[in-house]
Design a protein around this ligand. Sequence first.
Ligand SMILES: Cc1cc2nc3c(=O)[nH]c(=O)nc-3n(C[C@H](O)[C@H](O)[C@H](O)COP(=O)(O)O)c2cc1C
Length: 210
Amino acid sequence: MSFLEKMNWRYATKAMSGQKVSQEKIDNILEAIRLAPTSSGLQPFEVMVITNNEVKAKIKEVAFNQPQITDCSHLLVFAAWDTYTEERINHIFDLTNKIRGFINEGHEDYRQKLLSKYPNRDAETNFQHTARQTYIAMMAGIAQAAFEGVDSTPMEGFENDKLDKVLNLREKGLRSTLLLPLGYRDEENDWLVNLSKVRHPKEELFTVID
Ligand SMILES: Cc1cc2nc3c(=O)[nH]c(=O)nc-3n(C[C@H](O)[C@H](O)[C@H](O)COP(=O)(O)O)c2cc1C
């Protein structure tokens, strides 16, 4: 199957079977998330990988009882940094220097530019920026899941503050943004499985400026 065929195969699965996804496939999905691009390469989020049934059940309660949360194999919770701090910014710049083995003046100038801007902004503005990065990473995970033949459901349908309490995210300087249950479709019980994919026609979506 080509990439586009996989993108057509995937859909926001409404009913999952409970079948487990192999660790190899999960590792590949997590690696795609890790490799996703982010603004300035800051990767301002963490991802919780949840298989614990009690924790899943608690999360379902604050996610409008969406059944995929307990019927999935692995539940991913994307949690963005609550703000940018000097320490968080320095951490990735220092890691870059360590991995690449040299210090680049332009890169160091860029570090100073971010340090003079981000930590001084209000936390909510920073969170709006960090949260956006989690959507990019989630899409990388969805695409890799489709590549692996694994179903997924992107989810914003949950009460963020309550989920933050369930997972103690605020204490860790994090705020939940997205859920991504991973598993296998329950074809017999999923009302969406055989319905056509609906998207705006190309003419409505794209404006070509030659
Ligand atoms: C950010 C985001 C949040 C979503 N939240 C939910 C959700 O809480 N529950 C759900 O069943 N589907 C959710 N969806 C799925 C969308 O409704 C679905 O992706 C869209 O209708 C397109 O259909 P398709 O993904 O099946 O192609 C969400 C999708 C995105 C991208």
